[in-house]
Design a protein around this ligand. Structure first.
Ligand SMILES: Cc1cc2nc3c(=O)[nH]c(=O)nc-3n(C[C@H](O)[C@H](O)[C@H](O)COP(=O)(O)OP(=O)(O)OC[C@H]3O[C@@H](n4cnc5c(N)ncnc54)[C@H](O)[C@@H]3O)c2cc1C
Length: 465
C-alpha cells in the first residue's frame, strides 16, 4: 500500500491521518461482544477520507483501486458486529458529510447516504406529516446508508417487517470499486445485492426510501408479574389490527428495574414489562385492551408532565436494552434469536426458563412475511466463550435460529450460507476485493465449510501492533 502516493493523489479532499483520530473512527460498537472485543480491539485504518459528494467518492475509489488500498465505508459507526471496522487497514470512507436531504414527496424521500435517520424523519414530518416506515433505535445518530448496509429492522417493524423485505427500500445509488468506478441505480430485486452487505460490494451514495403517515407516538410501559404474562400480552397486542402501534417489546425482570435507570422510579423490582409505542388516536382503545388483559400501566407518556431526562421508549428497546444493561454491568452480553411463527410464545418461554439467572429475555414483536412473530435480543451474563456458544447451540437445537452477534462476517452473523446474489455482485463491482475486506466468507474462502462449527478467521486481519 503506497499511502503517501494515495494521499498526494487525493489532495483537496478532507483527509485525517492522526492515529488517535483514525482509531476512533475505525471503531463501532463491536465491544458489545466480548468475543469481537478480543479479536478486533487493535484494528485501525490508516486514514479517514470524508467525501462531500458522489464525485469525490468516485475519486477516492478510483485512486484506492489504483494503489490497491482497502476501503471500508462508515456511516456513524453504531453497528455492533465490527461491520465498519477496517480489518486490513487502509481508508475508512466516512460518509457523514454526505447528509443532504434531496427531496420529499408523497410516500418518498430521497437523501444522501450519510443523512441521519432522525433528521430525515424530522424533515419529512415538517414537510408533509410523513415519517420513515422503520428506523433503528439509534435513529438519533445512525446514518440511513449504514442502516441499509448494516442494519435489519427496528422500530416500525411491527407493521412493516424488515429492511430486506420488498418495498422497504425504493432505490439505491451505488458506486463500484473499479479502475473507472461506475454509478449504478438499483431497484426491485437488485436491491438485495447491497442491502445488509456491510458495504462489501459497493458504496451507497444516495437512497430513496418509502414514507408513511406520521402520528404522535405515545410511549407506554406496561408492568407484569412475570415474563410469560408480558410476552403473552405483547403477542396479543401485536395481533390487535385496530390498534396502531410502532413498537412492542416484552422485557423480563430483573432488567427493567435494574438497568432502566432513568425510568426506575416508575418500575418495581422483580417486574417484567412490555415497552410500547402507540399512536395517540389509538391510546383509549389501547388502554381498554390493556385493562381487559390485566396489564398494569406503570408509565404513560401522555400523562407524564415532566419528561425531562427521560429517553424515548424506543431507546429502551432493540439494542438499547443491551446498552443500558452494559452501562451498569459490563459482564452482560446478548444474543440475536428468531422464535419462528406460529410457535413464538412457546419457544420464547421455553428458552426463557432454560437458563435461570444467566439469560434474561427481551422480545421484539415484528410482522414477518405477513405473520406476527418475535425476534429476541436476550441479555446473557457472560462467563466464557464456550458457554456462550453452548447457549446459542441450545437455542438452535430447540428450533430458534441464531443470528450470531459475536462474529464479524456476513455469513456467520446471518444464515450461515453463501449469499449468491451478493457474491456475484461483488465479483462485478469489486473485482480486486478491496471493499471492507474480511467480512464476506464466500469471497475470502469459497470452500469454507459452514457446518465445521469453527469460527472463520480472516487471514488478512491486521495483527496487533
Ligand atoms: C444501541 C444500539 C441500538 C441499535 N439498534 C438497532 C436497531 O434497532 N435495528 C438495527 O437494524 N440495528 C440496530 N443497531 C445497529 C446499528 O445501529 C444500525 O445498524 C445502524 O443503522 C447503523 O448505522 P450507522 O450509520 O452507524 O452504520 P455504520 O455502523 O457506520 O455501518 C454499518 C455497516 O454499513 C456499512 N456502510 C455504512 N455506510 C455505508 C454506505 N454509504 N455504503 C455502503 N456501506 C455502508 C459499513 O461499512 C458497515 O458495514 C443498533 C446498535 C446499537 C449500538
Amino acid at each position: 500500500m503506497d499511502l503517501s502516493a494515495l494521499k498526494t493523489e487525493l489532495d483537496g479532499l478532507k483527509i485525517e491521518d492522526n492515529p488517535a483520530l483514525v482509531q476512533q473512527k475505525s471503531r463501532d460498537f463491536y465491544w458489545y461482544s466480548p468475543v469481537l472485543k478480543r479479536q478486533l480491539d487493535h484494528v485501525t485504518g490508516d486514514m479517514i477520507v470524508s467525501p462531500k459528494s458522489e464525485a469525490e467518492v468516485i475519486r477516492v475509489l478510483a485512486a484506492c483501486h489504483r494503489h490497491g488500498v482497502p476501503v471500508t465505508p462508515r456511516g456513524t459507526g453504531t453497528g455492533n458486529y465490527g461491520q465498519a471496522m477496517p480489518l486490513s487497514g487502509g481508508v475508512v470512507l466516512n460518509l457523514a458529510d454526505m447528509n443532504r436531504i434531496v427531496s420529499i414527496s408523497r410516500g418518498r424521500v430521497v437523501c444522501e447516504a450519510g443523512a441521519v435517520v432522525a433528521d430525515i424523519d424530522k424533515a419529512s414530518r415538517e414537510h408533509s406529516g410523513q415519517e420513515l416506515r422503520l428506523h433503528p433505535s439509534t435513529a438519533s445518530t445512525a446514518s440511513i446508508g449504514g442502516f441499509i448496509a448494516g442494519g435489519s429492522g427496528g422500530v416500525g417493524s411491527i407493521n412493516w417487517g424488515g429492511l430486506r423485505d420488498f418495498g422497504n427500500v425504493i432505490r439505491l445509488r451505488v458506486v463500484t470499486m473499479e479502475a473507472e468506478p461506475r454509478v449504478l441505480e438499483l431497484t426491485g430485486e437488485d436491491l438485495h445485492k447491497v442491502t445488509h452487505a456491510y458495504g462489501t460490494n459497493g458504496i451507497i451514495t444516495e437512497v430513496e426510501m418509502p414514507l408513511t403517515a406520521a402520528y404522535d407516538w405515545v410511549d407506554v410501559i406496561v408492568g407484569f408479574d412475570d415474563f410469560a404474562a408480558a410476552a403473552r400480552y405483547g403477542n396479543a397486542l401485536a395481533c390487535q389490527d385496530g390498534i396502531l402501534t410502532k413498537e412492542i417489546a416484552p422485557i423480563s425482570a430483573p432488567v427493567p428495574h435494574l438497568y432502566f435507570k432513568r425510568h426506575q422510579k416508575f418500575l418495581r423490582e422483580g417486574q417484567s414489562v412490555c415497552v410500547v409505542m402507540v399512536a395517540e388516536q389509538s391510546l383509549d382503545a389501547f388502554l381498554a385492551f390493556t385493562r381487559r388483559i390485566g396489564g398494569d400501566v406503570v408509565f404513560n407518556g401522555a400523562t407524564i408532565a415532566d419528561r425531562k431526562g427521560l429517553p424515548p421508549a424506543y431507546e429502551l428497546a432493540w439494542n438499547h436494552t443491551t446498552l443500558r444493561a452494559l452501562r451498569v454491568d459490563p459482564s452482560i452480553t446478548y444474543l440475536q434469536v428468531l422464535y419462528p411463527f406460529p410457535n413464538q410464545l412457546e419457544l420464547a418461554n421455553r428458552m426463557d426458563r432454560m437458563f435461570p439467572g444467566e439469560l434474561f429475555s427481551h422480545l421484539e414483536f415484528v410482522r414477518f412475511d405477513g405473520n406476527i412473530t418475535c425476534f429476541g435480543l436476550p441479555l446473557v451474563k457472560f462467563t466464557t466463550e464456550e458457554r456462550l456458544d453452548e447457549i446459542m447451540r441450545l437455542h438452535e437445537e430447540n428450533g430458534c435460529p441464531i443470528f450470531n452477534a459475536h462474529r464479524y462476517t456476513l455469513e456467520e452473523g446471518g444464515m450461515k450460507q453463501t449469499d449468491d446474489i451478493q457474491l456475484a455482485f461483488k465479483r462485478e463491482a469489486d473485482p480486486q476485493g478491496l471493499l471492507n475486506p474480511g467480512k464476506m466468507i464466500a469471497w475470502e474462502n469459497p470452500d469454507y465449510d459452514y457446518k465445521s462449527g469453527r469460527t472463520f478467521l480472516f487471514k488478512g486481519l491486521q495483527q496487533a501492533r
